[in-house]
Design a protein. Structure first.
Length: 157
């Protein structure tokens, strides 16, 4: 395993935080206007909760990315980095599909793909670094909840 590198850790933290920040910024109008008009289920959390939860999850993603990056160069590590990228791209586009394109149905399909990619990521990460895999469990749980919420909003509207 490579030695600790603060610069690499900062880059690994910055990648998901910046991607999440751009996605959040790009969808802010939909969140403050269109989303407010939707019928939502009783278990819909208050809007102020989403920012801190996603920030925490992005930090966990960054730490996991760092742990994978530090691992020895293997084909499994390369696969782990690829699947990390895939799930992060899907994460980015879910918000845009849902909030900017006002398409809960298409977003539901997309979040299902994201959920599958997170499961694969956890599976592959555990082969490289178990801590990196465990750090993604809250993300999987949150996306599971978000999937149910997405489905409920789609059904109600």
């Amino acid at each position: 395993m490579k030695p600790f590198n603060l610069f690499t850790l900062i880059i690994c933290l910055a990648i998901p935080l910046i991607i999440g920040g751009i996605s959040g910024y790009a969808t802010m109008d939909g969140l403050t206007s269109w989303y407010q008009t939707l019928n939502k289920p009783s278990f819909n959390p208050p809007n102020y909760l989403f920012g801190p939860v996603w920030t925490t999850l992005y930090v966990f993603m960054g730490i996991s990315l760092y742990l994978i990056w530090r691992a020895p160069l293997t084909d499994v590590r390369k696969l782990a980095l690829i699947i990390f990228s895939v799930q992060l791209i899907l994460n980015f586009f879910w918000s845009i599909i849902f909030f900017s394109y006002h398409s809960p149905g298409l977003a539901l399909i997309e979040i299902a793909a994201m959920w599958i990619s997170i499961c694969i990521m956890i599976y592959v990460f555990q082969k490289v670094n178990k801590t990196a895999a465990y750090l993604q469990i809250p993300y999987l749980l949150w996306v599971s909840f978000a999937s149910i919420l997405n489905a409920a909003i789609w059904k109600l509207n």
